[in-house]
Design a protein around this ligand. Structure first.
Ligand code: THU
Length: 277
């Protein structure tokens, strides 16, 4: 993408500025190496130190969206000489965007171009700080990008399948009980109208997984973890479709369940109704 396009985006972003105190509106646009463009404007505050510059707004939006490789940043303000980013923005850009190109323009069309390294000589960064944990791995790992989700079981499975062994071969004929937390019993209202239900559970004994592996249910051929039903997966969730035999208060009796005794139940749902006709 051409510098003019990035500058034009910065010029438009300037109209989103909230600058009642300084009256000085700034727009910025940052371009990632794979062509995504994020904009920002300066947003001021009566408590002046809370103000954030246009450049950091654009940068933080892009980083929050998952981008860590940048090509250029443009900024536009109404000033006779194009303004360069403030010291705080230079520091923030150095850490999160590295030595990118900085293009600055005014409303008359004057343009100056710098590299961030020119604007921030002898920078302070992670390499200046010996024990910085980021030094080993300059970008956040995929693991850090994942958002933890907390779920609480709605109940537990009770049956006499041998614990920590695989379920019996004839499980389709065997019955199990799903004991739902009594506080949630009202949620079972009219479940007894169903013949089949889905039980979503957490396979609490499953440890570890391979993304690609031989799959026993698939002639020992190699399939990805998301292309099979293996219990060993990044999130050991299971979906079991069972016959519902009885609902007695907070206890369901089901047939055909493929879960061992003590398995936490995350959710209970009806199965998709068959299409009419
Ligand atoms: N400002 C920016 O948004 N970017 C800069 O590079 C310099 C300063 C803003 C912050 C504040 O709202 C106003 O301009 C005056 O300092």
């Amino acid at each position: 993408m051409k510098a003019e396009t990035v500058l034009a985006a910065a010029r438009s972003a300037r109209y989103r500025a909230y600058a009642p105190y300084s009256g000085f509106s700034v727009g910025a646009a940052i371009l990632t190496t794979d062509g995504a463009l994020f904009t920002g404007s300066n947003l001021e505050n009566a408590s002046s130190s809370v103000t954030i510059c246009a450049e950091r707004n654009a940068l933080y939006s892009a980083v929050h969206a998952g981008y860590r490789n940048f090509d250029k940043i443009a900024l536009v303000a109404d000033n006779p000489a194009p303004v360069t980013p403030c010291g705080s923005c230079r520091q923030a850009l150095w850490e999160l965007a590295g030595n990118l190109e900085v293009i600055t323009g005014n409303l008359q069309g004057d343009i100056s171009t710098f590299s961030l390294g020119d604007l921030l000589p002898q920078p302070f960064g992670v390499s200046s700080w010996d024990n910085n944990p980021l030094k080993k791995d300059m970008v956040a790992s995929d693991e850090e990008w994942r958002i933890a989700v907390t779920v609480y079981p709605v109940g537990y499975i009770f049956n006499d399948f041998p614990p920590s062994r695989s379920i019996p071969d004839n499980y389709k004929e065997l019955t199990s009980q799903v004991v739902v937390n009594p506080d949630l019993q009202d949620g079972l209202y009219r479940l007894d109208e169903e013949d089949k239900i889905n039980i979503i559970s957490y396979l609490h004994n499953a440890r570890g997984y391979n993304l690609k592996d031989k799959r026993s249910g698939r002639n020992d051929e190699v399939y990805g973890v998301f292309a099979c039903r293996a219990p060993f997966r990044p999130n050991a969730l299971a979906l079991s479709r069972v016959d519902l035999l009885e609902v007695n208060k907070n206890v369901l009796t089901v047939r055909g369940l493929d879960l061992v005794n003590g398995t936490p139940v995350i959710d209970i749902k009806t199965v998709m109704p068959k299409k009419e006709g």
